[in-house]
Design a protein around this ligand. Structure first.
Ligand code: UD1
Length: 421
């Protein structure tokens, strides 16, 4: 299906947008079901193609997965006789597939998982995942593009120092350590809210974990896990994206179901450029402080609680229209500026030097034919198009279906002239 998104820019938006459950949390929580003899039920699951891909992968491993899309509920139950091969045909669609490695090794002592390979935003190796699982007692060989993992008897608790924070490696290691014999001390772990959400879910399954959200996590291994139900945390990246939608289109938008405490650094940056975000008990409101202008600023992407790399492209769209010169330095991924040539097609003035982009604000963006290159890059084009004069046509929009539930409807319900066909 070669659909495109068409946006007629320059319309002010008004209304309310509901924030969905977090894609990145779901992709971590779903493999956690492999750890347990009992079923895992997840609520607040977004309807996204990445969730479908993880479902397909888990089913290929023998898991029975029932996704009730209307209720946003996912019911997962791993079979006692699993298949232990994560095939390249599925893994290549989504890097988060590597998250089945830790749970399979912990519960079944064996796993063969295709190496995910590089992707549009960088090489993204899995060396930290393997290093940490080896420290817990797994051994690996790499054969024909597959990681073959084996555990001699059982995983054993260990102290693991991560050289730098990795969300995926932290999640994989936590999921392995919960069934290891003894205590694990994981140092310099990722502190993202999605890691905290994983630990919350694992605790409800019977795991013993302390320190989630901090630099060191302590895990006391248990013998087996039990049935549980968990509500997926809200998607802070979707929330940040819609905050920029309100800001860039100079609108007064209301967002429901979100929480800005998980986006403090980002919200402070928005304030610096002249965007006010107010949280009340029932909603979040976003609007420009001075409706005529956006200020320039300098952004550095960092692990949580710093400015999220997953909001870098969206922020760049906003800064394209700022008064003065801004800069964005991408410190997490080495090749995450694929949206820049497309924003330039829309009239933005951006120069790249290594990992730094210099953005000289322009008075207006103009609609153009552009193509999506990855998930967050594609949504940055949607945001730019909301503010641009005339029509923008976005190609290769399957990227956007990976991570933004009902984005066309959510924006159209607030008055955006946006269609997909
Ligand atoms: C997760 C998120 C992704 C987000 C990223 C950073 C999911 C499903 N995806 O990706 O949306 O952009 O965190 O916040 O949650 N690295 C290594 N070796 C490793 C692992 C990582 O060198 O073994 C490097 C990566 O190439 C990258 C950096 O570490 O440069 C951070 O990556 P990581 O935090 O692991 O990102 P993901 O878990 O892949």
């Amino acid at each position: 299906m070669k659909e495109k998104i068409f946006i007629e820019g320059g319309k002010r938006l008004s209304g309310s947008i509901p924030i969905s459950g977090a894609k990145n949390s779901c992709l971590t929580l779903m493999p956690a079901s492999l750890l347990s003899e009992g079923a895992l039920t997840l609520n607040n699951v977004p309807n996204l193609s990445d969730v479908d891909t993880m479902k397909e992968l888990l089913e290929s491993l023998g898991c029975v997965v029932c996704h009730q899309k209307i209720n946003k509920t996912l019911h997962l139950k791993q079979s006692d006789e699993p298949l232990l091969l994560a095939d390249y045909e599925i893994v290549k669609k989504m890097r988060a597939s590597i998250l089945v490695l830790g749970p399979l090794l912990a519960r079944f002592g064996q796993a063969v998982v295709a190496l995910p390979g590089g992707c549009a935003i960088g090489a993204r190796p899995v060396n930290l995942h393997l290093m940490a699982l080896e420290a817990l007692g797994a051994s690996f060989s790499i054969e024909n593009g597959y990681v073959k993992g084996n555990v001699a008897k059982t995983l054993k608790g260990s102290k693991i120092n991560f050289p730098f924070e990795s969300v995926g490696a932290t999640a994989n290691t936590i999921m392995a350590a919960v069934l290891a014999k003894g205590t694990s001390e994981l140092v310099n772990v990722a502190r993202e809210p999605e890691i905290v959400d994983l630990c919350k879910c694992l605790k409800s399954m019977g795991c013993k974990i302390e320190g989630e959200g901090e630099r060191t996590i302590i895990i006391e291994g248990v013998d087996n896990l039990k049935e549980a139900t968990h509500n997926v945390v809200m998607d802070r990246i979707e929330l940040g994206t819609f905050l920029i939608a309100g800001a860039i289109s100079n609108s007064d938008l209301e967002l429901t179901g979100g929480n800005i405490t998980m986006l403090e650094n980002f919200v402070n940056k928005l304030y610096e450029v002249g965007i006010e975000v107010c949280q009340s008990e029932s909603n979040i409101r976003v609007r420009r402080i001075d409706s005529a202008s956006i200020n320039c600023t300098n952004v550095l992407t960092e692990p949580f609680p710093g400015f999220p790399t997953d909001l870098q492209a969206q922020m760049m769209a906003l800064l394209s229209l700022a008064d003065g010169v801004s800069s964005i330095e991408e410190q997490i991924f080495e090749n995450r500026f694929m949206h820049v040539p497309e924003l330039i097609r829309m009239g933005a003035n951006i120069e790249i030097s290594g990992r730094k982009a210099t953005i000289s604000g322009v008075d207006r963006l103009r609609g153009a034919q552009v193509k999506a290159t990855d998930l967050r890059a594609s949504v940055s084009l949607v945001l730019a198009a909301l503010a641009a004069e005339g029509q923008t046509e976005i190609d290769k929009i399957h990227h956007i279906d990976r991570g933004y539930e009902d984005i066309i409807k959510k924006l159209a319900d607030c008055g955006a002239q946006i269609k997909r066909y």
